[in-house]
Design a protein around this ligand. Structure first.
Ligand code: ZN
Length: 275
């Protein structure tokens, strides 16, 4: 891959920075963007000069999630049958590769990864965020996963229960409420909260400090924690909840003929309602 449309990349002082660069669409993810993000993660992974990887998003919002706009460059445009129908096995295979598969790869890159998160981080944004090791958040951050509105039980990468705890995960999924910076910090999701205009600078400060360490030591520290989670069932849980997620798409296809039960415009109206 030589042409990059939706992602910028730079390396400086042993830190690789991957930047989502589709701010005119609030960094909504389509297939091409995910391919580019994965490609850049691989570049950073195999570059011996890189010791730490930062993921950030240009503009007001980190990511509005999957691009459900229905345009040719939306996230699943190629999956629909010629007669307009949808088949679950194709969605399943595609999401296993592009969502769970990519996210699982990023989670296991043997280098520290840091997310700089601002504004809205909705649903599919969690497929980018949960796999990261540390998060620095802006004071305006709003995490949410409102996909129960579409009759799906949460996004493809189910970090929720691990990251939020069981009751808070249910609350956030049931009510579609947002989690702000203070709460994210309080539960340990965010390492720290900074003013929006200092987000990138502060994130790079942390990345640069971590990059002064021995690369193998960092890799082994990451692996020690990840292995502990996996021994507790993290990997097996992700896989089985992915299947739960897929029954949401299957049900929606069988009931309404479309992989989600509510279209984007309706969802946007609901997203702003008070619980
Ligand atoms: Zn899905």
């Amino acid at each position: 891959m030589n042409d990059f449309t939706y992602v910028d990349y730079e390396v400086a002082d042993a830190v690789a920075t991957i930047t989502l660069a589709r701010s005119e669409k609030a960094n909504a993810q389509n297939e091409r963007m995910l391919d580019e993000v994965d490609h850049r993660f691989r570049t950073a992974e195999y570059d011996d000069e890189v010791k730490v990887i930062v993921l950030r998003g240009e503009g007001k919002h980190f990511s509005a999630g999957h691009d459900l706009g229905g345009s040719p460059d939306s996230d699943s445009a190629g999956l629909q049958e010629e007669d307009g129908s949808w088949q679950l096995h194709k969605i399943y295979r595609w999401e296993a590769r592009k969502y769970l598969g990519y996210s699982w790869h990023w989670r296991n890159i043997p280098k520290p990864t840091i997310g700089a998160i601002q504004g809205k981080a909705i649903a599919g944004a969690f497929n980018l965020i949960f796999p990261l090791d540390l998060l620095v958040v802006a004071d305006d951050v709003e995490f949410s996963d409102p996909v129960v509105l579409m009759a799906v039980g949460g996004v493809e990468y189910h970090g929720h229960t691990w990251e939020f705890g069981a009751r808070r995960a249910k609350d956030i999924l049931f009510t579609q409420r947002t989690m702000g910076a203070e709460e994210a910090h309080q539960i340990g999701l965010a390492r720290e909260v900074v003013p929006r205009d200092q987000l990138w600078e502060r994130t790079h400060q942390i990345a640069a400090q971590i990059a002064t360490n021995n690369a193998f030591g960092l890799a082994q520290a990451k692996r020690a924690v990840n292995q502990t989670l996996d021994t507790q069932g993290y990997y097996a849980a992700l896989q089985s909840v992915f299947d739960v997620h897929s029954t949401g798409h299957g049900n929606a296809i069988s009931v309404g003929g479309y992989p989600i039960l509510m279209r984007l415009d309706e969802m946007k109206e609901n997203i702003n309602r008070e619980p």
